[in-house]
Design a protein around this ligand. Sequence first.
Ligand SMILES: [Zn+2]
Length: 339
Amino acid sequence: MARYGGPEVLELVPDYPDPVPGPDQVIVRVHATSLNHLDLTVREGIPTLKIPLPHILGCDAAGHIAEVGSDVADLDVGDRVVVNPGISCGRCEYCRAGDDSLCAEYRILGEHLPGAYAEEVAVPARNILKIPTDMEFAQAAAAPLAFMTAWRMLTTRAAVRPGEDVLILGAGSGVSTAAIQVAKLAGATVFVTSSSEEKLRKAKGLGADVLINYKTTPWSKAVWELTGKRGVDVIVDHVGQATFKDSVRTLRKGGRVLVPGATTGSMLELDARYLFWRQLSILGSTMANQREFEEVMKLVFMGRLHPVVDRVFPLEQARQAHEYLAKGEQFGKVVLTIA
Ligand SMILES: [Zn+2]
């Protein structure tokens, strides 16, 4: 993209210069990348984020190693790999404590750095993980950002315990389809909301226990009744402005709400009386550290967690893919493949 705006700013540029690897970097020949809501936000332009234009979007990447930097010893040309899109400095107080995604200079591929809507992308070797030989690139590319986000927020930030009730708002997003599975794996009872019966059915297929169609009943009221006016232990609310007030009211006393994003607007309404009297916790979460990335990807490789691919477009149709994602009708991830 040479400028910010709608899907029309995405242009295929056939003769864009190839990236050159730094000493600790590798070049990944990208075979598949997947869309994240972040791509739409970056494309439209984030007022507080200055990125050099032209810019290449794309956080998630799977492909093979095309070139290795001079200091890279443990990866070879031809290795089939997937990329952790979170790039940290490795030196600051947060990195030294293992909190990569709190890094003072934390950057995300495709947001702060040239991304994976490209034949080649340069990434630090430490962000690379080899994938099983029988794993398709489209499957691998659907996993990183969504599963890292779901894993860190539910296991590290909220520390979900077996038997807890976890409510996930919106069944169809990439993060939601990952969060349903991670919460199930943690032993929780999973509640999901959607306005689409079809999405609720698919969520049930991923393990969701309690399905709430908010077209028929407001979800907050439905959850309140279904839990005998107790509320749920944990809510995943990446919807933001449109839902946060109800999320806070739907928590049990001592409950916690996870905020890994805010797709409908970022100014959240909070009644402080709920916060102190009901002793609630509001937990922000972003991405994951390298250890969490490796933990969750291992479960993906083992087949315990399944990246859900809704639809695959060729890179040439990136505009159509953006239009499709913006409609919000998908269930799971939208993938771009690069021949
Ligand atoms: Zn750092």
